[in-house]
Design a protein around this ligand. Structure first.
Ligand code: OAD
Ligand code: ZN
Length: 243
């Protein structure tokens, strides 16, 4: 066991698409990334939602299909077990950039979904009072309209060109500024603000660790340790859980 969490009081884990790769959900970047096929930055931009919402639904319909067919993998399960096994005096926050909801399905409790959840739908009209709702249907053809105001409905996720949700963003910053262990797992770490989170953790004096398939390029000096390999294979041994 390389990371003995019993030594830490305020633990923050940050996860990215690599954690869900073994569940069959494709990563954005890296080998076989979605980016190779679609320019996600272009199709996933908020301007597309405004002009051609059918294209937004088409792109995220694919992801919704994958999410519906997937199950949490060993990486999700280890992180859920880690949280469950902690002493009540220890604080644990799992910040995820993933929109697939697999951490909660695996049993993680204190999860901050920084980029939203693709199985939640909301109205694109900020003044509308339609409550966001859970929906797993695919909807990759055509456009859904809000029953209350007839605006376009959208997946409740952060699109390119949009700000992070303020509540989740504030929650993340709050725990980062006094954490003592920070572990980033399965994230290329090149999309802000996640790339900055390690700096905040380092400034707070935390032990900072990166677990990813590929070495960081360019290297972020705020990470003091790096473990290379598949999250679902490395995590049980690293944390001494579930193997
Ligand atoms: P990326 O797809 O950018 O990066 C995933 C990383 O996981 C890559 O560096 C892969 O090498 C690595 N990886 C692949 N399989 C792995 C495995 N089995 N174990 C460990 N690592 C593995 O995904 P994110 O960093 O999450 O935003 O991307 C951040 C954001 O970019 C996403 O949330 C998305 C996108 O724009 C939104 O949807 C708003
Ligand atoms: Zn509405």
């Amino acid at each position: 066991m390389d990371i003995d969490v019993s030594h830490y009081k305020r633990i923050v884990i940050l996860t990215g698409a690599g954690v869900s790769a073994a569940s069959g959900i494709r990563t954005f970047r890296g080998k076989d990334g979605i980016w190779d096929e679609h320019n996600v930055g272009e199709y996933g931009h908020v301007s597309v939602l405004n002009k051609r919402p059918d294209l937004t639904w088409k792109l995220f319909g694919q992801l919704r299909t994958q999410v519906r067919e997937s199950q949490p993998n060993k990486a999700h399960l280890v992180l859920a077990a880690l949280e469950r096994n902690l002493d009540p005096s220890q604080q644990f926050t799992l910040i995820t950039q993933n929109v697939d909801g697999l951490h909660r399905r695996a049993g993680s409790i204190n999860v901050v979904e920084l980029h939203g959840n693709v199985t939640r739908i909301r109205c694109s009209n900020d003044d509308c009072d339609l409550a966001p709702y859970h929906d797993e249907a695919i909807h990759d053809r055509g456009v859904l309209l809000c029953q209350k105001c007839l605006s376009v409905l959208r997946p409740d996720i952060v699109l390119f060109g949009e700000q992070l949700p303020p509540v989740q963003s504030a929650q993340a910053k709050l725990v980062l500024q006094d954490c003592d262990l920070f572990v980033a797992i399965g994230t290329s770490g090149i999309v802000p603000p996640a790339a900055r989170y390690v700096q905040m953790a380092d400034t707070a004096g935390a032990r900072t660790i990166c677990v990813n398939l590929e070495p960081m390029a360019p290297r972020n000096a705020a990470f003091k340790e790096e473990y290379l390999g598949k999250a679902e294979e490395l995590l049980p041994g690293l944390f001494g859980v579930g193997h």
